[in-house]
Design a protein. Structure first.
Length: 327
């Protein structure tokens, strides 16, 4: 099969002919139809995340069709079914985290397109227990990570009425739609001077949009940071009302500068989000069609994965990049 392969970080992916994988016990062999590109793919390719599997086929927002079912799969899937494969690819089901419904923190978790091969290829194998079947359109590829992990970040804000979002990229665009559907007041922070993105946020329904160096017109009950920029953490903290929470939604962030304790005092909270649970997925795919969450995409053929990554890195995409592979 054709695949885009990372031999080592900070090098372009190589188009290769590699053996088609065989489904092991509990796995599905999936013919990949589309694979959306996530910022985490950039962090992996650029060497910002430690110890990826090498060589590696990246990609963890995979939509495809079941081609073959491995032994021991007792699930809803049949050959020909459309499936979605997310970032969380396998957990042991046995550690203290798994046994307390926090499989996203599993000690031995494996991650699609990072510690196991992903979807920048014609075929992939995936553990059937972690696949989703809850949607009906290839356009949902971007929902599988930006949507799911964004949703976990959003849920951590509780019932915050005034919600700030720092970094208005793919995840923010999806989560903003759910926040507005749930009648939250939305305050969007972009790179200073990025009036185009600020306009876009306002036309979506944000109450206010401005630069990340500005203070919002009122204090916020919660803020989610989707940009991988550490100095945004104390900035967001200063924008919070008492008891507010800052949720860091990314897997990687530059260092957070020190800040006065007074900015944290009065029960303000800083937390992060790691990975997703299957429960998050079930909830998200329940609410997404009711909103309904709209995705913006730009498609590229598999062979142009490097172009997609380069344009993502340079901030030149107008939507989520999606590699179109089969069908
Ligand atoms: Zn575990
Ligand atoms: Zn991702």
């Amino acid at each position: 099969m054709r695949a885009m392969v990372l031999d080592s970080p900070r090098q372009p992916l190589q188009l290769r002919d590699v053996p088609k994988p065989k489904p092991g016990r509990g796995q599905l062999l999936v013919r990949v139809s589309a694979c959306a590109v996530c910022r985490t793919d950039l962090h992996v390719v650029d060497g910002e995340l430690p110890n990826p599997k090498l060589p590696l086929i990246p990609g963890h927002q995979i939509v495809g069709y079941v081609e073959e079912i491995g032994s021991g799969v007792n699930s809803k899937f049949e050959v020909g079914d459309r499936v979605g494969i997310p970032w969380l690819g396998w957990t042991d089901g046995e550690c203290a985290f798994c046994r307390s419904n926090r499989e996203n923190l599993c000690d031995n978790a494996r991650f699609t397109g990072y510690t196991i091969d992903g979807g920048y290829a014609e075929f992939t194998v995936a553990d059937a227990r972690f696949c989703f079947d809850r949607y009906n359109d290839v356009e949902v590829a971007p929902l599988l990570c930006a949507g799911l992990i964004g949703y976990r970040s959003y849920r951590k804000t509780g019932d915050a009425r005034r919600l700030g979002i720092y970094g208005f990229g793919n995840a923010a665009h999806l989560i903003a739609q759910i926040a507005l559907y749930e009648e939250r007041q939305l305050f969007v922070f972009t790179r200073p001077g990025d009036t185009k993105t600020q306009q876009g946020a306002k036309s979506l329904g944000a109450k206010w949009a401005g630069g990340s160096d500005e203070m919002p017109p009122e204090k916020l009950d919660a803020a989610i940071i989707f940009a991988s920029v550490g100095p945004l953490v104390p900035a967001a903290l200063r924008a919070l009302a008492k008891g507010g929470i800052v949720v860091c939604g990314g897997i990687h962030m530059s260092d957070i500068p020190s800040f006065p304790y007074a900015d944290l005092w009065e029960e303000r909270v800083i937390t992060s989000v790691a990975n997703l649970t299957r429960h998050d997925g079930d909830e998200f795919f329940d609410i997404a069609p009711r909103v309904p969450v709209q995705t913006k995409t730009e498609t590229f053929p598999l062979e142009q994965a490097n172009t997609a990554l380069d344009r993502f890195r340079a901030g030149e995409l107008s939507g989520t990049a999606v590699l179109t592979i089969g069908r």
